[in-house]
Design a binder for this molecule. Sequence first.
Ligand code: APR
Length: 250
Amino acid sequence: TPDIPLEIVEKLRSARRVAALTGAGVSAESGVPTFRDAQTGLWERYSPEELATPEAFRRDPKLVWEWYAWRRELVSRAEPNPGHYALAELERRVPEFTLITQNVDGLHRRAGSRNVVEYHGNIHRTRCFGEDRIVEGREDAGEVPPRCPDCGGLLRPDVVWFGEMLPPGAVERALEAAESCELFLSVGTSALVQPAASLPYVALDGGAMVVEINPERTPLSGSATYTLRGPSGEMLPALLEAAWGQESRR
Ligand code: APR
């Protein structure tokens, strides 16, 4: 197993409050494509502006809806990987653990994480584009996108598109966790998209140790206290193993 610097292990064992920010890289080992990885990234074929904006939805609601329906189908076949399970285990071992995820795939909750801030929403929830509120059922009259049963407006995935407001409360909860934690893990994110990308710096300003877990360098790498250069599916279980030994195995 990868060797983890002792300082990180001791910090993990002693910390009262730990926060983690996850990105698409955490779900990569579950077979869910990331956005910006070369060749395999979702943005390889489409640009974010073409699909993940309100303008794109107004321009071509069918294309945008079908792209999310394809991703939802892909995700529903995916399983959480050891990285997701390790984060759920971490929540059970640390007095106060906040998981802030940019991922909309719901895999953290499926792995058992409970205190999850869904910073960019959740692809499994649907919202009425007009009324801007969650819609449970929908008349599947085969129309794409389906229509809101109350107002007849178009339905959309309950995810945050570029240029949109984040879910109410998510910004505050994430900021509070980043400001008050002693250890902040930035896992599987390219650290490019705001405001999520500012959270590790808030943690640094608050005196926390920031550990980045990513096989590649990112703009955060130079500022992080430590970087564990490798896949989260290996690094996160190794982190738990180093801190709590055998009993941390599932
Ligand atoms: N383990 C850890 N990290 C990995 C792995 C892995 N197995 N595989 C890839 N990565 C890293 C990549 O090196 C990259 O830095 O995951 C990161 C994925 O970056 P992005 O594809 O940009 O995904 P993310 O950071 O989550 O994007 C942020 O941008 O498109 C918007 O709203 C969307 O939430 C998304 C946001």
